[in-house]
Each structure stands twice: as C-alpha cells, then as structure tokens.
Design a protein around this ligand. Sequence first.
Ligand code: ADP
Ligand code: ZN
Ligand code: MG
Length: 616
Amino acid sequence: MRNSSQVKSKPFSKSLWQLAAGLPIVLGVIWGSPVLAKNDPNTLTYGELFKEVDRGVVSKVELDPVTKIAKVTVMENNKLRIKEAVLLDDNAELYNKLNNKGVEFGVQKSADKNAIFGLLGNILLLVFVITVLSAVIRRSGNAGGQAMSFGKSRARFQMQAKTGVMFDDVAGIEEAKEELQEVVTFLQEPERFTSVGAKIPKGVLLVGSPGTGKTLMAKAIAGEAGVPFFSISGSEFVEMFVGVGASRVRDLFKKAKENAPCLVFIDEIDAVGRQRGVGMGGGNDEREQTLNQLLTEMDGFEGNNGVIVIAATNRADVLDAALLRPGRFDRQVQVDPPDYKGRLAILRIHIRDKKVDPELSLESVARRTTGFTGADLANLLNEAAIFAARRHKQAISISEIDDAIDRVIVGMEGKVVMDGKFKRMTAYHEIGHALLMTLIKEHEPVQKVTVLPRGQAVGITWSMPNEEHGLESRAKLLAMITVSLGGRAAEEVVFGKDEIDSGASNDIQRLTRIARGMVAQLGMSDLGLVAMDNEHQEYSEAIAAQIDREVRKIVKDCHQQAVDLLQEHRWLMDILAEMLIDRETIDGDEFRRIVDRETGRNEVIVSKQKPALAGS
Ligand code: ADP
Ligand code: ZN
Ligand code: MG
C-alpha cells in the first residue's frame, strides 16, 4: 500500500446535488404556468427563462413589479438580446435561482406607489425565501435528504413512480451492474424464481465511497425493472424525535408492500445501522428504535412479495451485524471508483446533453482524472459547460475543461489526485509488492493491484485470503516482511534512494510489527526462545537493544532480498508498471499470466472468487 499523509476525512458535501435533485420538481410545477404568445422569439415563458438561466446565457434580469414583465438580457448567437418574460405573482424560485447562478437582477424604478410596495414586498419575500431556503438546504445537507419538499414540513420518504434512469446511464461499475442485473429479473418476473421454490433475496447492500453512483445504480435497477422507487435516507432519522423514525420506517414498508413489486432504497444506512451500544450519545435511542423497526420489517415480509430493499453505505464495517444476517442485507455489492475505461464511459454519458468542441479528446480527460468518482466527473463537465457559457462559447473546449478540472479538484479537498510522476511512482511501488508476492512462493498470491486511491491509500495490492489460520511459518513471516518492503524497494531501484517518499509509512509499520513479533514473542531469532514483549514486564535496556538489533537484522536481510529480486526483474517491472499506469487495476490471474509468460516459469494459481483482506 502506498498511503498519503495529507488526507483529511471530510464528509463529502452533497447539498448542491440535493438542490439539483429538487429543481426538476419545482420546474415541473412552473412549466404549467400561463405564458406569453408562444413561439415569439422576443419573449420567454417562465419555464424558458428558467432553462436559459440554467444554461448560463442570461446575464441580467430587470423586472417591473407592476406589469410583472421582466426584461431579460440573453446571449444568443454571440449577441446580447433583450427579451421579455411574464413573471408570476410569487417569483421566489426565480429569485433564488438567479441568486444561485449569480445573475444580476433588479427592479425597474417606477413612480407608482404600488410598485414600491410591490418591490418592498418582493424584497421582503426574497429575504424570507432565501433564509428559509438556505435553512432547508443546510438541513438537507446535514440530513442527506434526497429532495426538497416545499410547503410540506418534512418529506416522509420519496416515491418515484418512474425513475427514468436506466443501466445505460450508469458506467464504470460493470461488476456491480452484472451482479445487480439479477435483481432486475427478480423484480420483473418473480414467478420465474418462486415457481421453482427459489427464495428471492430481500436486501442488497451497496458499498462504496460517496459519488461512485450507488443511488444512481439503485434508481437504474428500478428503472430497468419498471417498478416504483421508494427512498429514504438513514441520516434523517438521527435528528428526529424518538419514535418518529420507527414509525416512518413502518409507513415506508407499508406503502412499499401496497405498491409491490417495487424497490426500497435506504441511503446512508450506517447512520441508523451502526453497531448498537457504541458511538454517539444523544440520538442513540432514536437510532436504535429505528434500526430495530427496520430489522422487524425486513424479517416480517416474505421474501417473495416483490419488495426488494437496497441500502447504500460507504462503510460496511461499522454496520450492526444483525443487519447483515441471512434474510436481511445478506448480499453485498462493492461499488468501486472508476478506472480509466470507466471514467471514459462516464464522461461519454454526461457529455450526451452538452455541446463539445470536436477537437476535445475525452480520452485525455479520462487520463487526467484518476481518482475522480462518477459524481466528480459529472460535476467537471457541468463546470466546464458553465465556463463555456460565461465565455460566450458555442461548445466546451479544452480550456474550459482545464479550468473545470482545477475547480473540481479544489472541491475534492482531501482526496488525492494522481498525475504524472506521482502516478508512476505509485505504480512502481505497487508493482514492487505484487511482483514479490508472485515471485516468493511462501507468500499468498496476489489478488489485485490498483493505483486507484481508496481512503488513505493512493495504491493498494491485495493478496488472496489466507486459508490456513493460526500458525505461520518463519519462512512465511519473512516473506510477508519482504513483500511489505517491496514497495519502497521498487522506488529505490527505479527512482534512486533520493527520490523515495513517505508513501511507505504504513508498510514500514506493518513489517516492523511482524519482525518485532518474530524476535520478541515467537523466539524466531538468535535471541532464542524467550517471550519478552510483554507490556507489563520490564526488561533491561540491554535486552531492548538486543531486540532492536535482531529486528533490524531481519528487516535488513529482507530488504536486501527485495532489492535483489526487483533488480533482477527490472525489465518485468517496467512492463507491469506501464500496464498498471494505463489500466489502473490488474487482477491477480492476469498479473501471474504476464509474469509466467515473461519469465517462462509455469506456476498456475487460479484465484478464488471473493476478494480479500487488504495486504501490504
Ligand atoms: P452515491 O450515491 O454513490 O454517493 P450518486 O449516485 O448520488 O453517488 O452520484 C451522483 C451523481 O454523479 C449521479 O447522479 C450521476 O450524475 C453521477 N454519477 C456518479 N456515479 C456515476 C456512474 N457510475 N455513472 C454515471 N454517472 C455517475
Ligand atoms: Zn506499500
Ligand atoms: Mg447517494
């Protein structure tokens, strides 16, 4: 593993997305409003005005509160034009939107007293609306609610008869898509399974970092199956009064059963589903009641009634074990950040509704955005479109992409963005681990190697899960130390001693632990068969120094072995590193195939299906 030290774990702010998600509802209402003469190029309907503001072509709106007609300055074919739009009695949405988009707006001066009152009224209303709205946004930002509901005090849960999202709208997470294809079939033709006595799964847990497309995927499943989509967010419960969450869960499932077949989506399930009896104080009671209700509901419905529950989280490890039992969320699907190919596919999806300069190469954009999630990429293209509109361009060109990448990266604070040299260094580091895993036969075979950042790691190499438990031979422990040193050793061999960086700190901690254990607990050094590493037992400084010396000897020997092996296979490292830089992940079977082919050795190991604990 190569880790970054600069990482802060800051929750991903989703409030803008939520705002965006709320707008279509609002717009839907507004489009039904009275309009000026249709098709007149000099007038805009209220809805068109919204669209134009969205497209970023509106630079100014001036309204007359008496006539309710606004003069709108629009950029059309590179010329400024003034159009008229009829407004409504209550234009709060518009004001808010103009405000958000930074469009200049004003009110025409008029001698009419009514106008002044109207103006004052509007301003007061505006202030009021902005206050309320920002409160709503802030709340839904905290709570992670999916949509804003105006007029209603609080959304109970969302229901969408049709999500309108299909598998085609989701890219870069092909493995997850394949696994979930089956769920679509369950929803579409449950009889096919029930008629042969098969139990349909009730719950699927999507695990992946924010913005990788979990919500989108859940919507796509409902969309593909053509069933209604119910959604609720776990974090909303935390701030509720005791009992409210539980009753809401009950309502949700009741409604879902009435509408079966359908899909229930529980976002951020970790907010309610944390292990009971640990964690935060205050909201605990509420959380537990909600969780218990959820468990009861999951158990209560027969697997065959056509309701499938999909939950999303970015950490499965904190979830209460009860949630993961058979008959509940017993299927887990990993949603990984996209690799190069995936990013390209995602960019192609989000470019569909945008105009791009034909010169622009999406391939190069995908190359430059290692570490971006689907949401980051969607955001990137949107920012680029905004830049293009501001610059009065007809299409997005490379310079807008450049600026948008910079801007999105600022917003990605805490995530590591990989480029050029850093990526190369990371690739060689990981190849060092993976190659040694493959060459040293005492070590578990490599499962997968990646230079895609995940959590604190900028690159990871996994080995296959250890089948035999408990006893580890000395040879195996030494192999683990050598492999752990492989990352740093590769950096030394390829880039020279001066270029190595702090990225190996986790590796070094790990191997030091193993080496110390060998010396001080397992009697595997020249110090002999004594267990000395007992916290409560004092040992002399002389012995402490001896332990240190033995540990250092072991590490030094292993390091030498790592460097020798890698130097000997330097050419092979180059091949593998190039490939890893290009593809960003290589799975174990393929890795071994290449090593076998290039070295002429013949060691066929077929990997088991399920991945693996994170290795060094
Ligand atoms: P998550 O639920 O994992 O946090 P979302 O599904 O809410 O992520 O993603 C937010 C938005 O980012 C989506 O609505 C979509 O526009 C874009 N997006 C994210 N992942 C993907 C993907 N794999 N393919 C296409 N678009 C994506
Ligand atoms: Zn490492
Ligand atoms: Mg989501």
